[in-house]
Design a protein around this ligand. Structure first.
Ligand code: PGA
Length: 255
């Protein structure tokens, strides 16, 4: 059985003190429950404050990006080693906003995924099609290219902790959500790609999150799908009550 992972992607929002307040809210809601994994991914400037809030709790800390090199002349970048020092366990890689605005390629994302796995950081590799690609019937092809490129050269023995997030670009921040059936169809395809590219064992145990306007109102029906193992939540992760309501849905479904 795959345990649900509910991850909040705060993007470029909240300062350190507001971030710590929100993290405290989540920590007290999650309490001692361990049936669902919960992870918060704040901006780098709030990382230390949020790390203090989640210390000793059942809430995990994640980053929104990192550079593949361990150190060096990469102005403005952050490495896996630095993230590990702040007790980060997860890192979002290849988010569609990074692909679009910062021109990140599958090859570059692949370097980051490899570094993360070698550094004991669990990568949350994001894939997903644009509206134009969906409408022209290219969804499967796009997702296949992103999975094959992003996971190129990764062996079964290295894929421990790998997480995939399917985030249709047209559903991110738009209020439009993929129907549970649409999402399930792509999630099943991703699982089968993991089987052919890595192996069946990795395919069965890897968590595939859905992202794109997930909120309290639609979380239950999305999470109830066979191959949806959690959520990567943007907008609805910025308020304690809305994020906690999604966690609650996952807890209910796990009971
Ligand atoms: P959203 O963002 O929940 O605001 O649609 C999801 C994401 O981009 O990770």
């Amino acid at each position: 059985m795959r345990k649900f992972l509910i991850a909040g992607n705060w993007k470029m929002n909240l300062n350190a003190s507001d971030g710590a307040d929100l993290a405290n809210d989540v920590v007290s809601f999650v309490g001692k429950q361990t049936s669902v994994n919960v992870c918060i991914c704040p901006p780098f400037t709030s990382m230390e404050a949020v790390a203090k809030s989640v210390e000793g709790s059942n809430v995990l800390l994640g980053a929104q990006n990192m550079h593949p090199e361990a150190s060096g002349a990469y102005t403005g970048e952050i490495s896996a080693v630095m993230l590990r020092h702040l007790f980060c366990s997860h890192v979002i890689l290849g988010h569609s906003e990074r692909r679009e605005y910062f021109k990140e390629s599958d090859a570059f994302i692949n370097e980051k995924v490899k570094t993360a796995l070698n550094s004991n950081l669990k990568p949350i590799l994001c894939v997903g099609e644009t509206l134009e690609q969906r409408e022209s019937g290219q969804t499967s092809e796009i997702v296949r290219t992103q999975i094959q490129g992003g996971l190129s050269g990764i062996l079964g023995s290295q894929a421990d902790g790998l997480v995939i997030a399917y985030e249709p670009v047209w559903a991110i921040g738009t209020g439009k959500t993929a129907t549970p059936e649409m999402a399930q169809e792509v999630h099943a395809e991703i699982r089968s790609l993991l089987g052919s590219q890595i192996n069946e064992e990795v395919a069965n145990r890897t968590r595939i999150l859905y992202g794109g306007s997930m909120k309290a109102e639609n979380a239950m029906e999305l999470l109830a799908q066979e191959d949806i193992d959690g959520g990567l939540i943007g907008g609805a992760s910025l308020k304690g009550n809305s994020f906690n309501a999604i966690i609650e849905a996952a807890i209910e479904l796990s009971a």
